[in-house]
Design a protein around this ligand. Structure first.
Ligand code: ZN
Ligand code: ZN
Length: 276
């Protein structure tokens, strides 16, 4: 089984430990390729994101490790970039090999501010109540609308955890994925993913941290992705080195079950499809 991941957080942002610990763990777990993806700095207050002044050190450290471990593992320098109105475009920054585009903060028309969609349950409730007057349908539409805007205005290489808005939705407490409006939002969004040729990640980080029981996105969404020929990639979204392959094998089985035979990864400095 080919193992790779392009999604990892370290002490530079909201993860733990030095970058090198992730590489040592990746080699022990027989990964072939490993990409770092610190949360790129944002223009709002956030505890999750890397500070602007740490950016150069982050890039330099990843390049140093790439050289040091070149015999054992391919290493790439990425960023998980937040998309929101007025955000910085990090795609062409020197030293960056790829970006994973995400929406973690959704713009509320009521408050005019950016509010978290994947924080703790209390934060989600605050966003829903204060930013969207308790109207979950409006929040869902705003979230997926912002993802589509990202795909059209600033397409990243990879789209992160497409339906992370369901992070706190265990037992359908806030919304139901079977509702017609929800299905419609997904289908409109996948159409744009397919048009823009962006890779969709299968994110196993939410399971390993105990938030959800299946990867992002849900299985029915992945089935639609296959119908639309959207390339996928399995990503750890690890915040600590020992978690980089938690649920990896299960994600491979899930994709094979659905009918996928390959995942698309950056390998040998090229985007290519590798057998699952
Ligand atoms: Zn994320
Ligand atoms: Zn992440």
């Amino acid at each position: 089984m080919f193992k790779g991941t392009f999604h990892a957080h370290s002490r530079f942002d909201d993860g733990r430990e030095e970058l090198e610990s992730y590489i040592i763990s990746a080699m022990a777990k027989e990964f072939k390729v490993f990409g770092f993806s610190a949360h790129a700095p944002v223009l709002i207050d956030s505890e999750w994101n890397m500070k602007e002044e740490d950016f150069d050190e982050y890039v330099q450290t990843t390049k140093f490790l790439k050289e040091k471990y070149k015999e054992g593992l391919e290493i790439y320098t990425g960023l998980e970039t937040d998309y929101y109105p007025g955000c910085v475009d990090w795609r062409k920054k020197k030293g960056i090999d790829y970006t994973i585009g995400a929406v973690h903060f959704v713009k509320s028309e009521t408050t005019g501010s950016l509010m978290p969609v994947d924080g703790y349950r209390q934060e989600f409730e605050d966003t829903l109540r204060d930013g969207f007057s308790g109207d979950v349908q409006a929040l869902v539409r705003a979230y997926y609308g912002q993802i589509r805007e990202m795909l059209l205005n600033m397409p990243p290489n990879i789209v992160a955890h497409l339906d992370i808005i369901r992070k706190n939705n265990g037992n359908n407490v806030f919304f139901n994925e079977n509702d017609e409006y929800y299905r419609e939002e997904i289908s409109k969004t996948l159409e744009i993913v397919s048009l823009t040729q962006v890779i969709l990640e299968v994110n196993i980080g939410g399971i390993s941290r105990g938030y959800v029981e299946e990867p992002y996105p849900s299985k029915w969404i992945l089935e639609s992705c296959l119908d639309l020929d959207i390339p996928v990639m399995i990503n750890s979204d690890a915040h600590q080195p020992d978690m980089i392959d938690a649920y990896y094998r299960e994600a491979v089985s899930l994709l094979k079950d659905i009918g996928y035979s390959h995942q698309r990864v950056l390998y040998g400095n090229e985007w290519r499809d590798i057998s699952l």
